[in-house]
Structure formats: structure tokens, C-alpha cells
Design a protein. Structure first.
Lengths: 106, 531
């Protein structure tokens, strides 16, 4: 059977995933993905009751076991500085990033 | 080897510390001594070269928080001296899977991309355990972002070894959580279960591991993998300790809208009751495995390991002798679809959750030159993520792409409904089986050797074949030790029950424990403690 994830499709996925990969890694990952797809194929062979609906969580979240949403009130966080300190590069309280790619439309 | 303070059960440690007959610091010192004895060299990000002795020790801790632990122990001892109650886990040594944020500690997810991340807040389950007096000894190893069933995908190596035979894996992804408990480094460990990541390592390491009902324990502060499946839960040496720990952690949380508001019962209350009136099922679908041939992809079927099957039947006999009614032949026909559906659902959720790691806000940033912002993303993520996160991101992208989504993702979510229905029918109080619990093997095999399966991501995933259906269905599951195989490796059996019936599962598990108390295998100790 032909490979489902061709080199071209793989390249597109890698772009979407924002990953830089070397050649060996790419080869291994693509082989593993195609191998996993064979396992998933079992799903295609079975009769699925479309009327069954989808399950997004196993446990049904009925109102009697769900918390009511909390009031939408802004509360100042006392961890803002600690969170900022985790940034790899800061300028004061600004995060520093390299050039942002853009297209000049003029 | 003589029994040390660190080998006592959590409930006994807490009782003695609260009574003032033992100090929390004494317990801490005992645990630290055990850690020095069994740990071996600490796991690190350095390029990994196997060294002599690596496969004789446990390597559980990515980060030891000794100073923090001592301050906690001293606070507990002061409270006792002042006549205050330090809590139901007073002085109990705790290991935290390094997928939970603990304020002021590196919280790495066992990934290079978070290796330098210091959590600015503490996860709810950890906060509750510490508020009850537990002493956090540190952060323990796992598969990178929990992606694996052997703990070998961690970026911090040497990977943990199984205390019963350190040449073998402790299971995964909460591998080091289970290993640290088995080796007596901690009395309790906090793990997470997404496809079996608490129960499978608990089975491999001969300890008790529980995946509670989805939503029973808050996920606040848990670094997300598959948000619709992730469940924090206890790992302990005894059923009573697991019950004690669950009771402290469980319950609604203002920070997690998926934490259910179901009242938390006293999990210790009914533990010693016999099993009269309980119907416990056995399903043929949990005694055989269907998996694709690694080469051809063709489906194969084979029975689970005979010694494990025997352990399940012996456990059933023990349960019957305590008053339970055993119902054989319960159909769970969609069990074999658990892994294929998981390959789709978990990957879509993982790809979404892992998109936040960008080298900008926190964590690893590629240190070399980059051309622009996108190049920084690509290089930071390329160098920061290991192979398993990359695989999951790419698969998640593929199966959720517009042209494939209906065939894969939507189909998998419907298969999930079918798996849930198997459980609903088996447990329905007016259904044909009316089960209070299903008894199965936890794993198809006992612990395999390091390097034996790693690298084949399909074969590795099938280690979760018997545990993943409960994650899809959201129902609670509990793995308990049920003997040793001919090689002296632990065998685990699993109990699955309806939503929020943790008290029943714990009661059944405790009955197994009582019934096997005098068995010869109960006296066996892990190899790392034999010296």
C-alpha cells in the first residue's frame, strides 16, 4: 500500500507544526507516522453509528456535577513578575522577539 | 534489609507524627537516606552514555527539593509541638510527577523545552497534599510530556529503572512515581493517567495506582497533554494509603471548571467491609489482545500472558470467597478500539496543547542566530522537543486537517462513545450484567527490558491496551499487585467501575489485599532493597 504521509505531506505538516528537523529525524518520524496510521486504520473498517454522537469527555457533565461559572471579575495577579521572569529575553516588562515576518503590500 | 521509617505506610507515619511519637524530620531523614542508597546518578540533560551501575539503581528524581522539604517537615513538627493538628498526611514523604507545577521548583515535564521553567504557582492537588502535611521531596521523572509507556522518552537520563529489576522499565508515563514508591523513597506519589500512565507503572512496580473518575481531581497546575483524558491520581504501597491520598486531593476547584462538584466521600470509611452484595465481572475481551503486526499492519490476536491471566482468575476466586458474586463472559466488544481511537484523540489534543511552547514566553529558546520570528519558533521547538512530542504534534496536525478530520477525529470521538456504552451497559443497574466493577489484568505483560520496545511507537502504545478504555470512558480504575511472575516481576490486576464509585473499587481492592496478606509473594522485596 502506498504511504499515506508522503514526503510532500510530511513537509507541509512540519511547516504547520513549526518544527525544524534534520534529515534523519524527518525520515524516522515519517516512518513512525505511517506506521501509526496503519494502527488507526482499524477505525475505518468498523461500522460507526453516526447517530451515536461524539463524546468529548467520558463523564457526562450534567449541571448537577458542574461548577457554576465564576463571576467575570478581573482580579490583579500577584504572580505577574514571577511569570515575566520566565521569559528568555525581556526589556523592562516587554518580551523581546526577533523580526516579525511581514509582506509589504505597498 | 531492615524496615526503616520510610518503609512505613503513609497512614502510620501520619498517625505517629500527629501523636508526637515520631518527628516529621526523622521520617524525612530516613527517606533521604533511602534516596541516597537507591537513586544512583541523577538524571540530566547531558548526552546520555550508559555507565556501569546505571542499570542497578532507580534514577527517579529530576529535582530533589531537600531544603524545601526540611522547612515543611520542621513546620509540621512545630505544629505538633504547639498542640495544633498538622493534617492527615503529617510528615508523609511525597513524590510529585514533574508534570505538575510546584511554586519555586523547576517544573520540566521531562522536556528540554521546559528544563529551565520555574513554576510561579502550585498545582491544586499538590497544594492540597502539602496543606494536609505531606512533605514534597521533589519532582520525579516521566516520559517527556507523559508521552510513553516506559519512561524512556524522558529528556533527563538515565531513565528510571524498575526497583524489582533495574534493567527493566518501571512503565510509564508515571514510571518514576511508581518506582519511587516501590523503593521506599517516598510513601506516596502523585501521578497522572491519560491512557494508563498511573495504572500500568503501578502494575510493573508492584504498587497501588488509581486513576480516579475524570474530573474527580483538579487538573489546575497540571501541564496539559490530552485535556479530555488527563487524570491526576495517587500511587501508594497500600490501598488504604491510596484512599487516604485521594480523599485529600479530590473535589471541586474554582480554578478548574472540569473538576466535578460531586461531594468527596470518606474513602477510608468502608474499606474493611466484606464484599457481599457486589457483582464483579470478567470480560473475555480483556483476556485477548488485538494489535497490528509491526511490519505489515495486519491485525493479530493473541491471549494475554498466561501467568497474568491466571492471576486475574485467582483474584476473582479470592473476591468470591469474600462474598462477591463473579459474573463471567461480560462483553466489552469495543475494547480493542481503545488504542486506535487514542492515537487520534490524544494526538489532536497534544498538538493543540503543545503549540504554546514558542521560545518567547517561557522555557527553552534557541540560543543561536535566527532570521526572524518564525525561524525562532521552528528552531526553538526543533531543538527543545524530543522525538515523542514531535510525533504527537505531527500526527495531531494530520488527523485534524480539514480533509481528514471527518474520517479520523470525528470518527474517533464516536468510537469513544461506543467504548463508553460498553461500560454503561455492563454497569447499568437494570442491565443484563448489573456490575459494580469489572476485574481485568492491568497490562498484557510484566515489565519489559529497557531498550526492548522503545523506538517502535506503535508497539509501545499497545502496552496501554487494557488501561486506555477507562480513560476514554472517564470511569475510575485501580491497579493493585496480584503476585509475581516466574522471573519475580510484579503482576497487576485492575478494577474498573462506574463514575465516582472510587469507594467501591477501593473496598474491593482492600479485600484483595486482606486475602493475599499471608501469600509468599507479599514478603518479596524489590531487588534494589535486597542489599
Amino acid at each position: 500500500m502506498a504511504e499515506a504521509i508522503t514526503a510532500e505531506i510530511f513537509h507541509h505538516l512540519v511547516e504547520l507544526a513549526a518544527l525544524e528537523l534534520d534529515a534523519d529525524e524527518s525520515e524516522y518520524l515519517r516512518a513512525q507516522l505511517n506506521s501509526q496510521l496503519k494502527a488507526i486504520r482499524e477505525l475505518e473498517a468498523i461500522a460507526v453509528d453516526d447517530a451515536a454522537g461524539i463524546t468529548s469527555h467520558g463523564v457526562p457533565y450534567t449541571p448537577d456535577i458542574s461548577a457554576t461559572p465564576r463571576a467575570d471579575i478581573a482580579v490583579p495577579s500577584d504572580t505577574a513578575d514571577a511569570i515575566l521572569q520566565q521569559a528568555p529575553e525581556l526589556d523592562g516588562r516587554y518580551l523581546v522577539v526577533p523580526d516579525i515576518p511581514h509582506t509589504d503590500l505597498t | 534489609m531492615t524496615t526503616r521509617l520510610c518503609d512505613l505506610t503513609a497512614i502510620e507515619i501520619a498517625a505517629r507524627v500527629r501523636a508526637g511519637s515520631m518527628r516529621a524530620e526523622q521520617v524525612l531523614d530516613s527517606a533521604l537516606e533511602r534516596i541516597r542508597m537507591v537513586e544512583g546518578r541523577a538524571p540530566s540533560l547531558e548526552p546520555y552514555v550508559l555507565q556501569p551501575g546505571d542499570r542497578e539503581t532507580v534514577h527517579a528524581f529530576i529535582t530533589l527539593t531537600e531544603r524545601r522539604a526540611r522547612a515543611q517537615a520542621q513546620a509540621v513538627d512545630r505544629a505538633v509541638a504547639d498542640g495544633k493538628d498538622p493534617g492527615s498526611l503529617a510528615g508523609v514523604p511525597l513524590g510529585v510527577k514533574d508534570i505538575f507545577c510546584v511554586e519555586g521548583t523547576p517544573s520540566t515535564a521531562a522536556s528540554r523545552i521546559l528544563a529551565n521553567f520555574i513554576a510561579p504557582y502550585t498545582a491544586t492537588p499538590v497544594a492540597r497534599l502539602e496543606a494536609a502535611g505531606a512533605i514534597t521531596l521533589g519532582k520525579v521523572n516521566l516520559d517527556e510530556f507523559t508521552f510513553g509507556s516506559s519512561n524512556e522518552s524522558t529528556a533527563f537520563r538515565p531513565p528510571p529503572g524498575n526497583p524489582w529489576d533495574p534493567r527493566r522499565v518501571p512503565g510509564g508515563s508515571s514510571g518514576a512515581s511508581a518506582a519511587a514508591v516501590a523503593a521506599g523513597e517516598v510513601a506516596l506519589s502523585l501521578g497522572t493517567d491519560t491512557a494508563g500512565s498511573i495504572r500500568q507503572p503501578a502494575a510493573f512496580c508492584g504498587v497501588v495506582g488509581m486513576k480516579p473518575t475524570y474530573g474527580r481531581v483538579s487538573r489546575y497546575g497540571l501541564i496539559a497533554f490530552a485535556s479530555s483524558l488527563d487524570c491526576p491520581g495517587p500511587v501508594a504501597r497500600t490501598v488504604t494509603d491510596a484512599a487516604l491520598m485521594l480523599g485529600v486531593m479530590a473535589g471541586a476547584d474554582v480554578h478548574d471548571a472540569t473538576a466535578a462538584t460531586v461531594p468527596v466521600p470518606d474513602y477510608l470509611a468502608g474499606l474493611e467491609q466484606d464484599l457481599r452484595g457486589l457483582r464483579i465481572g470478567l470480560s473475555p475481551d480483556y483476556f485477548r489482545l488485538r494489535y497490528p503486526d509491526p511490519q505489515t499492519g495486519e491485525l493479530r490476536e493473541q491471549p494475554i500472558t498466561p501467568e497474568i491471566e491466571k492471576a486475574v482468575h485467582e483474584t476473582a476466586e479470592r473476591l468470591a470467597s469474600q462474598g462477591a458474586e463473579i459474573i463471567e463472559g461480560v462483553p466489552m466488544p469495543n475494547t480493542h478500539l481503545g488504542i486506535p481511537a487514542y492515537f487520534v484523540i490524544s494526538r489532536v489534543e497534544a498538538a493543540s496543547n503543545l503549540h504554546r511552547y514558542d521560545g518567547i514566553k517561557y522555557g527553552f529558546r534557541y540560543p543561536g542566530p535566527v532570521s526572524d520570528l518564525r525561524d525562532l519558533y521552528r528552531k526553538s521547538r526543533g531543538a527543545g522537543f524530543g522525538v515523542q512530542p514531535k510525533l504527537r504534534i505531527l500526527m495531531g496536525m494530520y488527523v485534524s486537517a480539514e480533509q481528514y478530520e471527518k474520517g479520523y477525529y470525528q470518527r474517533a470521538l464516536r468510537v469513544r462513545t461506543m467504548i463508553r456504552r460498553d461500560f454503561e451497559l455492563a454497569f447499568h443497574p437494570k442491565g443484563p450484567h448489573r456490575l459494580h466493577a469489572l476485574l481485568t489484568a492491568t497490562t498484557p505483560t510484566t515489565a519489559f527490558e529497557l531498550d526492548a520496545v522503545y523506538g517502535d511507537s506503535v508497539l509501545m502504545q499497545y502496552a496501554d491496551l487494557l488501561t486506555v478504555p477507562a480513560d476514554h470512558a472517564g470511569v475510575p480504575g485501580l491497579s493493585i499487585p496480584a503476585g509475581l511472575d516466574a522471573q519475580g516481576l510484579p503482576i497487576g490486576v485492575q478494577l474498573l467501575g462506574p463514575d465516582f464509585t472510587e469507594p467501591t473499587l477501593l473496598r474491593i481492592a482492600r479485600a484483595v489485599e486482606r486475602a493475599t496478606e499471608t501469600d509468599a509473594w507479599r514478603k518479596a522485596r524489590p531487588k534494589v532493597l535486597a542489599a
